[in-house]
Design a protein around this ligand. Structure first.
Ligand SMILES: [Zn+2]
Length: 102
């Protein structure tokens, strides 16, 4: 039996009685949408090549890429899924209250 852990609250998700929600985050700069597809393929090959070359070498080029793109896949328990839907961008609840007071 595979055990899943919620990436938000770190609690174990019992898939027998709970639904496991998967959040996939894919952040790109708007400019990347107009890139030809073959360039995307080259990027993936480069990434694979970097992985194959060995993890011991720090890949400096990815620092810049990390600022403009992000790919993430997260497991959420039902409770965190609810919380995530309420506030998917992690906006500060205190700031939101400040807005309503004005
Ligand atoms: Zn959770």
């Amino acid at each position: 039996m595979i055990h899943y852990t919620c990436d938000r609250c770190k609690r174990q998700i019992n898939t027998d009685s709970q639904t496991r929600f998967i959040v996939q985050i894919d952040i790109q700069t708007a400019a990347s949408e107009v890139e030809p597809e073959f360039e995307d393929d080259v990027d993936h090959l480069n990434e694979l090549h970097q992985i194959l070359e060995g993890m011991h070498e720090p890949v400096i080029a990815t620092d810049e890429e990390a600022e403009t793109s992000h790919h993430g896949r997260y497991d959420l328990c039902p409770e965190c899924h609810r919380q995530f839907l309420k506030n998917p961008l992690g906006r500060d609840a205190v700031l939101a209250l400040g807005f309503s007071n004005n």
